[in-house]
Ligand binder design. Structure first.
Ligand code: UD1
Ligand code: UDP
Length: 374
């Protein structure tokens, strides 16, 4: 029997984290699959950190990142680059993940070439094309181009069914980020704490640690300024420390360093490699973020999350009670945060450990399904 030729394409930090378990699972079966990895490198440093940690060496690297890249030029660069890879490798199936411009543009290129598209983390929707921007449209278009849909939850599957996607092409798998998280958390637990000495030295003992991240385009400008102002006020509390690994996008770096540099109780640092970030999540009291992936990881760690977004395509975490949508309103962020810092009952009720995003076996289910496709 001929092997199935699988091309796995990703470009940014979260795609790499969420695709790493899928890459590893495919590579465990070299008798069935010929698997190659193509990175667009829509991100560079933040992607390379993940490739190093999961020991993935790409077969193709399009090296597309430029500073402050424009979405149209990024899209056309990916289309052209992926097209060359398709001509060289001639895969039967292409795997993409999530909602980035890499996922959408690579899927479009595959469709034009008659290569079947398999979409991991399919079916998430806000149904608002401006929130998150441009991710909502990226994932809707990727969904239209895809032949097979790996939905993390039943709700995501239901969204696809509403769009008349053939039910036999959808599989509910859980989210592969849980596979990645459990793998990393195990490494963290098995290592001596002294391995994290550098990071540990940043933490002020006896304070409640608030871990912050943020990068959404629709928050640039006023939204991000409001978030920073809220963080300054929260940092006024004596018993909290905020640690904020700042995303490398210049539209994030500048305002965050301008508004939050040199403030007591706020520590700004470079983005952390995944293992260290998992270690820090485990050490934190709560998180404030607009990240999709962190909302999915937090319930496994029993950490409450305040989500600085107006809309979410991840309502399961809200239902599970570990996430509150606080938007970008300064007053609301401060209030909700201080409620958790000062009210133990409220904190306990949010730090539940039920994770609606799966049990860490999503990649195995995906590869099993792929075996059945001939
Ligand atoms: C991208 C994705 C977003 C995803 C996020 C995860 C799109 C349009 N956006 O947003 O969906 O949630 O990644 O982080 O697909 N930069 C670096 N080094 C890096 C990474 C970024 O310098 O390793 C800087 C560059 O100047 C780059 C800029 O950040 O041009 C923006 O990167 P881009 O991928 O366009 O957008 P993100 O905001 O990172
Ligand atoms: N993360 C990381 N280092 C950091 C910040 C985040 O490894 O300094 C991880 C985090 O645990 C999650 C992912 O990166 O798995 C989220 O990426 P990001 O917030 O960039 O994108 P999103 O999830 O919003 O698409």
């Amino acid at each position: 029997m001929n092997k199935q030729k699988i091309l796995i394409v990703f470009g940014t930090r979260p795609e790499a984290i969420k695709m790493a378990p899928v890459v590893k699972e495919f590579k465990k079966n070299p008798d069935v699959f010929e698997t190659k990895v193509c990175v667009t490198a829509q991100h560079r440093e933040m992607l390379d950190q993940v490739l190093d940690f999961f020991e993935i060496t790409p077969d193709y690297d399009l090296d597309i990142m430029e500073s402050n890249q424009n979405l149209s030029l990024l899209t056309s660069g990916i289309l052209g680059g992926v097209n060359k890879v398709l001509e060289d490798f001639k895969p039967d199936f292409m795997y993409v993940q999530g909602d980035t411009t890499t996922s959408f543009a690579a899927s479009l290129s595959a469709y034009y070439s008659g290569v079947k598209v398999c979409h991991v983390e399919a079916g998430l929707r806000t149904f608002d094309k401006w929130a998150p921007f441009p991710e909502e449209i990226n994932r809707q278009l990727t969904g239209k181009l895809a032949d097979y849909h790996f939905a993390p939850t039943q709700r995501a599957k239901d969204n696809l069914l509403v769009e008349n996607v053939d039910v036999t092409t959808i599989l509910v798998t859980g989210n592969t980020v849980i596979d990645a998280l459990l793998y990393s958390a195990e490494k963290v637990d098995s290592k001596e704490q002294s391995e994290y000495r550098k990071l540990d030295s940043l933490i002020e003992q006896g304070k409640k640690l608030i871990l912050v991240t943020g990068h959404r385009r629709e928050n640039f400008g006023e939204g991000l300024n409001n978030i920073c102002n809220a963080l300054r006020r929260i940092a006024g509390e004596e018993d909290v420390q905020i640690i904020y690994p700042v995303h490398l996008n210049p539209n994030v770096q500048k305002p965050v360093y301008d508004l939050l540099g040199n403030i007591k109780n706020i520590t700004l640092i470079e983005p952390l490699e995944y293992e260290s970030f998992v270690w820090l999540m485990k050490r934190s009291y709560l998180m404030i973020t607009d990240s999709g992936g962190i909302q999915e990881e937090a319930p496994s760690l029993g950490k409450p999350v305040l989500v600085t977004r107006e809309k979410t395509e991840r309502p399961e975490a809200i239902d599970a009670g570990t996430v509150v949508l606080v938007g970008t309103n300064e007053e609301r962020i401060v209030q909700e945060c201080l409620l958790l810092v000062n009210n133990e009952e409220q904190y306990k009720s949010m730090s539940l450990r039920h994770n609606p995003y799966g049990d860490g076996n999503a990649a195995g289910k995906i590869v099993e399904f792929q075996r059945g496709l001939v």
